[in-house]
Structures are given as structure tokens and as C-alpha cells.
Design a protein around this ligand. Structure first.
Ligand code: M6R
Length: 369
């Protein structure tokens, strides 16, 4: 049932191109409009929204962090992302014009369910993104988009995450469309790029051998740090979470600009630092900034592994190792840049003799608060 792979996680990493294609299938109609699954909300309800909260836990929270950049850019609606376990205890300001997007692979995570119920008590509209048809979270929500990742067996989430991203992009584009599109050309170009994403994810998966080598070289280190900017920041958090879960190793993700405000003191001679580098095209300011961050950590002895766009010669001249991913719009890049980090974690954890599919102390679905 592992389909020839050593672990379910490896199998699920390889299923990602198909899973993302399944998420998108039939969701963009002939007129280029996004179709949600179950919607107990009118278009007018969507137009009345003046604030979005995204609430989730763990990897699903990271999908939410990426989505904030997309929703704010495409719709100009303010969007906040919050850990479900914190959300209701701080008494957030919610009303009928608030959309709360809850993301949960299992649809049964108790922290997320409690946050959803709190949002509903405050009369907010709730849209669920889930992989599990008929689970509690979608059933209690006003609108649902299923991710269609298929069953994910490994505790560490891989294909569920990528399909959450794809579904979240669809929600952002749906919101933009329902409300009248400010960046109509950009939105239709993004739709084309989303449809092209599964092929590019497959390309990333075909070229993972150098990642495995770097992961083996990093086994035995005390810690691994991950840095990113913009949507690369949540990808850094996700890369670190994968490594913590699987390898039981100190791994942390940082917004690269924060390094000099404290964490740079963690760097010793040989500390691996994985940098998620944005495309040098378009937002070149971001690219310049992360190159400076790479220089800062290298000057303190870090070994820099850069995940960058193919052909990025500037990054190649600064980093110790590069992993290239195909070109894609900045906001969609997490669909590609996350994949090498999944492979990095699985390989490093394997080198340390860990149980990949069933890491210690963890459950696939967390149904207690
Ligand atoms: O089922 P959910 O998406 O609600 O689960 C949320 C987290 O428990 C989950 O993403 C967890 O962080 C994964 N094990 C990460 O790999």
C-alpha cells in the first residue's frame, strides 16, 4: 500500500502533483469563475465582508499565513491569521461582515473546531477548507471547499498542505471575483499559473537528489535554521516544523529580516541555514534583501542552502548549495519551494534513524484541546 516507497510520507510527497491537480479540477468554470463546493452564503454576503481571519493549527496555520499575502494583495481586504488555540481566548472583534476561514485537513481538530464555534457565536461567516468530506468542521461551516488530497497517512502533512494552498488561492481568487476584481489581468494570469503548478511540482520532485545529499550532510548538527521573506517566511516555518516533527531536531524558521534582532546569535561555524529565496524577477527588492541576509549568516560561519528560482545566478554565487525550482509568480511559489524542504526533513530524519510515518508523541488528528 506504500506503492513501492519506504514510507507513506515519501509516497505522499510524490502524490502531490496529482493531488494539487485534483484540488483544481472543475473548480474554474468556462468563464474563469471559481466554484466552491457547499455555499450557504450569497454573493452579497461575500461582498459585505470587510475583514478576513484565517484560523488553523500547525501546518494548516502555515497555509493560512501564505494565504494572507494572497488575499490582501488580490482583494485589498485586511486579513489576519491566528493559531486556533489562541483565537477565541483573546476575544477577537468579529461580526456579520467578518469572514473566518478555518483550515483543517482532518476537519476534527478540537482547537480549530472551538475557534469556529466561537466565530459563529459572534455571527461571523465561516468558510472551511478541509480534506475530509462530512467531518465536523465543514459540517458546522457556512461554506466549504474540499482539498481532495486523498487520505494522508503519514503524521507529517505534505500533500494536505500543498492542496490547502491550492484551495486557499481559489478562495482568495473567488473573493476577488465576487467583489469585482481590481487586478483582473493579474487574477486571470494567476489562474493560468495555478493550472500549470502540478507540472512544475512534478519537476521539483524529479530533481530532489541534491536535497537528499545536503540533508545527509546536515545530520549530526545541533540545529538547522530556515529563513524567508514574504511568502517564503511561512515556507521557512513549515520547513522547520517538518524537521522538528520528523528528526526531533532543533529547527526554527525566521523572517530573514529578524535575524539581526536576535536569532543570528544561534549561528555557529557550520550551522545549516536554509534560505527560501524569492524570484529575482519582479520583486527584486525582496531578492536583494535576502541576499544581504545570506551574506550576514555566511559571515558568521553558516552553510547556506538556498531554494531559488532556476537560473538565479546571484543566489548561486552567494550560497554554498542551491536547489532550483521552476519560475512561478511570487505568491504561488510556496507550492514549489515547500517540496524540497519536505524531502530535506524526511532524508535527515532517516539518517538519524527516526520513525518517519509515526514520529514520537504525535497523533495525526488532535481531537483534544
Ligand atoms: O487536521 P488539521 O489540519 O486541523 O491538523 C492541524 C495540525 O495538527 C497538523 O497540520 C500538524 O501540524 C501536522 N502534523 C504537521 O505536519
Amino acid at each position: 500500500e506504500k506503492g513501492g516507497y519506504d514510507t507513506f510520507m515519501a509516497k505522499e510527497i510524490h502524490e502531490q502533483p496529482q493531488a494539487v491537480a485534483d484540488t483544481l479540477r472543475g473548480r474554474i468554470d468556462e468563464a474563469g469563475q471559481i466554484v466552491l463546493d457547499e455555499v450557504r452564503m450569497s454573493d452579497q454576503d461575500f461582498r459585505d465582508i470587510d475583514k478576513v481571519f484565517i484560523v488553523a493549527c500547525g501546518t494548516s496555520y502555515h497555509a493560512g499565513l501564505v494565504t494572507k499575502y494572497a488575499i490582501e494583495h488580490w482583494t485589498r481586504i485586511p486579513c489576519e491569521v491566528e493559531l486556533a488555540s489562541e483565537f477565541r481566548y483573546r476575544d477577537p472583534v468579529l461580526d456579520r461582515s467578518t469572514l473566518v476561514v478555518v483550515i483543517s485537513q482532518s476537519g476534527e481538530t478540537m482547537d480549530t473546531l472551538m475557534a469556529l464555534r466561537h466565530a459563529k457565536d459572534q455571527k461571523a461567516r465561516v468558510l472551511a477548507i478541509s480534506n475530509t468530506v462530512g467531518s465536523t468542521i465543514p459540517r458546522e461551516s457556512d461554506a466549504v471547499l474540499y482539498t481532495r488530497a486523498g487520505i494522508e497517512v503519514a503524521v507529517a502533512s505534505t500533500k494536505a498542505f500543498l492542496t490547502q494552498l491550492a484551495a486557499c488561492y481559489l478562495v482568495g481568487l473567488h473573493l476577488a471575483q465576487v467583489r469585482g476584481i481590481k487586478y483582473a489581468d493579474e487574477v486571470s494570469a494567476i489562474l493560468d499559473e495555478l493550472v500549470a503548478a502540478p507540472g512544475k511540482i512534478a519537476k521539483v520532485i524529479e530533481h530532489l537528489e541534491p536535497v537528499r545529499e545536503m540533508a545527509r550532510n546536515s545530520a549530526g548538527k545541533d540545529r538547522v535554521l530556515f529563513i524567508g521573506r514574504h511568502v517564503g517566511y511561512p515556507v521557512a516555518l513549515e520547513g522547520a516544523l517538518k524537521l522538528k516533527e520528523l528528526a526531533y531536531l532543533h529547527a526554527e524558521g525566521f523572517a530573514a529580516g529578524e535575524l539581526k534582532h536576535g536569532p543570528i546569535s544561534l549561528i555557529e561555524e557550520g550551522t545549516p541555514v536554509v534560505a527560501i529565496v524569492p524570484s529575482p524577477r519582479g520583486r527584486s527588492l525582496l531578492h536583494d534583501k535576502i541576499i544581504s541576509n545570506i551574506q550576514e549568516v555566511k559571515a558568521r560561519g553558516a552553510k547556506v542552502i538556498a531554494i531559488c528560482e532556476e537560473g538565479d545566478a546571484i543566489t548561486a554565487s552567494h550560497a554554498d548549495f542551491v536547489i532550483e525550482t521552476p519560475a512561478t509568480p511570487t505568491l504561488l511559489a510556496p507550492l514549489l519551494t515547500t517540496v524540497p524542504l519536505q524531502e530535506f526533513a524526511i532524508e535527515l530524519a532517516t539518517a538519524m534513524g527516526r520513525d518517519i510515518d509515526q514520529p514520537r508523541n504525535l497523533a495525526k488528528s488532535v481531537t483534544v484541546e
